[in-house]
Design a binder for this molecule. Structure first.
Ligand code: BGC
Length: 760
């Protein structure tokens, strides 16, 4: 075992400070005389962007030839932790083979608005799904003794003014939507590092937030690695270090190192803080450097094949009137530039120098098919080209089936800026509508990293969402179109009909200084369902070439409490003729009425492969946390006692079975009584309630009760009206309607507070 303390104790103040920023764009500093190597980190997240010469964080300069796996928008649609684990393993091996100590990913921010430029790099609008998939990927990478860096911590949900803007929201919203994925990743997979985001959260830079970097990340969640800044996210280096930011990336050219030295020398920074940071850095550096994996290799061809295989699990069949799968004998026209030059990844720091890229047209030709092709629209522009339309329309009309390859051009979807609207390029919409007018057997294949409006969808025979499917997208598209693979992806986000339906619409992206997360916890399906707003395709939706029956939904026990968990099970049968995979989704509905909540929230999922006629039982665990929301008074997760319904289904909009559980909690919510506490909240409290009932006995008359009874008790039993009135009446009203004088009211308040403080 290496003695890290010993190394730290031998370092000079200057050496320690210098460890806290990068040596260059991609390396940490080493200390040669003490045997500390200067290890390398690289992007991430869906491939290795290792730059050997000129570095940049926007994917501009060259990086080594690598394999571009499907981007997170696509892998999230697999709803398959096993798949993410395998992708992680492949990336971990590549990192080992290339001498990379930390892969900068996965990126797990919530897709709050369809417009965020980096949505393609992120998993989902749902934090549970994002967290579970991230944890699986992290486990896969780290199995190779290579670190990961989940990013961007936290609440970085837009590109507009991402380096300065403050994401403003309630604590409950922060916890339930924007921190949960990070929490799951940290608790379940122990990432070696974490990347803090550029933005501020409620006014404080993430890179300087003690609350985020220390109190929540380390103390609550048990994170034991180092935090690095996003590239250039440091505002005040000394404040950041004190808050828990160990590593500034990239190099600060010595400027911030000198500031750290000065701060220690002038007493504004305790040297112990610096020692702790360096200890954390060294722990992770040696966790990588002290292990060898001589057998690790980067087999680009083998990994290309994996990328293609994995993409087949990710694509989502959005609609199908039965036209798919196509017959290879039919007369087929491929239209649209992406048939030949697919869009398979997004722009910016995640941009991979792909070793090769397959396309659907070449694969069909390789298989001996005689597909007719017309470009139809330019690959990277939004310009209608009437000549191409003519040719495209002619081949569409002459064919049995037209397959249009549409999507977002590179320029519309990248790190660094947000999308301006949610539409496809106008030329593509125009072309598709025209084709639909001459050929009803039209299938649209989409390549995009985030929802788009699909104004022509009702007329299309089928729509297949490939997302940004990585460099094997050609093989995957071909296999899915012709039924060599059966689509099994599910939407990790809702597709609203139009942008203005989205809950963040009025507040995204804010004024540049602040962005109000005014929709609170009602993000994505949580909002559309609460508003009863129809969407084009619901969260969790995705079709298959077979069908599945759900039977015998059951729960292992009807009751649960804080410490126990239950298992909800269902028998799934493949009732069709083709083998396929079903994604069973578990949502929880809180029926206690304790607080306003979304109608349902995803709390479990499992993907199961079934041969025709085969039945398998899927079981999912539910514990107290699955039922809970973040209670700000308690400063913790909380589920009220009462009924919860567990919903099992094929998507958020297609629930196939439900079962109730009765939950009992021992948690007593904190309460501090004032004159303006309502009688309703007091009476609902298990400790305050009985005490108040007793103390108000005899002061009841004006609340409509009998002389002997307490106001509260009377109100509760006499009539619904007085009960309602009482609920909202503040304690001080006992003066007006209960005949209590000031001294009695304050005596009561004091003594109830005393009882509450004693906890009984
Ligand atoms: C991105 C990070 C990336 C880093 C290094 C930044 O611009 O936000 O996701 O890891 O650059 O390229």
């Amino acid at each position: 075992m290496r003695n890290i303390q010993d190394i730290v104790s031998q370092m000079t103040l200057e050496e320690k400070a210098s460890m806290c920023s990068g040596a260059d764009f991609w390396h940490l500093k080493g200390v040669q005389r003490l045997g500390v190597p200067g290890v390398m980190v690289s992007d991430g997240p869906h491939g290795l962007r290792k730059q050997e010469e000129r570095g940049d964080h926007l994917g501009i300069n060259d990086s080594i030839k690598a394999v571009c796996f499907p981007a997170a928008c696509a892998t999230a649609a697999s709803f398959d932790e096993g798949l993410l684990y395998k992708i992680g393993q492949a990336l971990g091996e590549e990192c080992r083979a290339e001498g990379v100590s930390v892969l900068l990913g996965p990126a797990i921010n919530i897709k709050r608005s369809p417009l965020c430029g980096r949505n393609f790099e992120y998993f989902s609008e749902d934090p549970y799904l994002a967290g579970k998939l991230a944890a699986a990927e992290i486990r896969g990478v780290q199995e190779w003794d290579v670190g990961t860096s989940p990013k961007h911590f936290a609440a970085n949900n837009q590109e507009y003014r991402r380096m300065t803007c403050s994401s403003d929201m309630s604590e409950r919203t922060l916890r339930e939507l924007y921190l949960t994925a990070f929490e799951i990743a940290v608790k379940e997979a122990k990432p070696w590092t974490m990347m803090c985001s550029y933005n501020r959260v409620n006014g404080v830079f993430a890179s300087e937030s003690k609350k985020l970097l220390n109190d929540i990340l380390r103390e609550e969640w048990g994170f034991d690695g180092y935090v690095m800044s996003d590239w250039g996210a440091v505002n005040n280096r000394v404040d950041g270090l004190a808050a828990g930011l160990e590593l500034e990336m990239p190099a600060s050219n010595g400027v911030n190192d000198a500031r750290i030295v000065a701060a220690v020398q002038n007493g504004t920074l305790d040297e112990a803080v610096l020692d702790k940071a360096v200890t954390r850095l060294l722990n992770i550096i040696f966790r990588y450097a002290d292990v060898q994996h001589e057998n690790a290799k980067f087999d680009r061809d083998a990994h290309h094949a994996l990328a293609a295989e994995y993409e087949k699990e990710c694509a989502v069949l959005l609609q199908n009137n039965g036209i798919l799968p196509l017959s290879r004998n039919a007369k087929i026209a491929y239209i649209g530039a992406y048939a030949q030059k697919p869009r398979y990844q997004g722009g910016g720091s995640s941009h991979i120098n792909a070793s090769r890229v397959s396309n659907a047209l070449e694969i069909a030709e390789e298989k001996g098919m005689n597909v007719i092709y017309a470009e139809g629209f330019p690959f990277d522009k939004d310009e209608a080209n009437s000549k191409d339309f003519t040719e495209a329309l002619a081949i569409a009309k002459a064919a049995d089936v037209a397959v249009v390859f549409a999507g977002l051009p590179d320029i519309m979807e990248s790190e660094g800026y947000d999308r301006a609207h949610m539409r496809l390029p106008d030329c593509q919409n125009a072309l598709i509508s025209k084709i639909l007018a001459v050929q009803k057997n039209t299938v649209v294949v989409l390549h995009n990293g985030s929802p788009v409006e699909l104004p022509w969808a009702d007329d299309a025979a089928a729509v297949l969402e490939m997302y940004l499917g990585g460099q094997g997208v050609g093989e995957a598209t071909d296999a899915l179109l012709y039924g060599d693979a059966n689509p099994s992806g599910r939407l990790p986000e809702s597709f609203p009909y139009k942008l203005s339906d989205n809950p963040s619409y009025l507040n995204f992206p804010g004024d540049g200084k602040n962005v109000a997360y005014a929709e609170g916890v009602y993000v994505g399906y949580r909002y559309y369902e609460a508003k009863e707003m129809p969407v084009r395709y619901a969260f969790g939706h995705g079709l298959s070439y077979t069908t599945f029956a759900y039977e015998n939904v059951r729960v292992s026990a009807p009751n649960m409490d804080d410490a126990s968990s239950v298992t909800v099970s269902v028998d799934i049968t493949n009732t069709g003729e083709t083998e396929g995979k079903e994604v069973v989704q578990l949502y929880v509905q809180d029926c206690t009425g304790a607080i306003a909540r979304p109608l349902k929230e995803l709390k479990g999922f499992a993907k199961v492969a079934l041969a025709p006629g085969e039945t398998k039982t899927v079981s999912l665990a539910v514990n107290a946390r699955s039922l809970a929301w973040y209670n700000e008074d308690l400063g913790d997760w909380y589920a009220a006692s009462g009924k919860y319904t567990l919903l099992l289904g094929h998507s958020s909009a297609d629930i196939r079975g439900r079962v109730d559980v009765q939950f009992t909690t021992q948690t007593i919510l904190p309460l501090f009584v004032t004159e303006n506490s309502t009688l309703g909240e007091l009476m609902a409290h298990p400790i305050a309630g009985p005490a108040v009932a007793q103390m108000t006995a005899g002061f009841a008359q004006s609340f409509g009760g009998g002389e002997e009874q307490s106001a509260v008790a009377n109100a509760a039993v006499n009539s619904e009206m007085s009960k309602q009135m009482m609920q909202n009446a503040p304690v001080r009203l006992l003066r007006n309607f209960g005949g209590m004088d000031d001294s009695k009211i304050s005596a009561m308040i004091n003594s109830v507070n005393q009882i509450l403080q004693n906890g009984k």
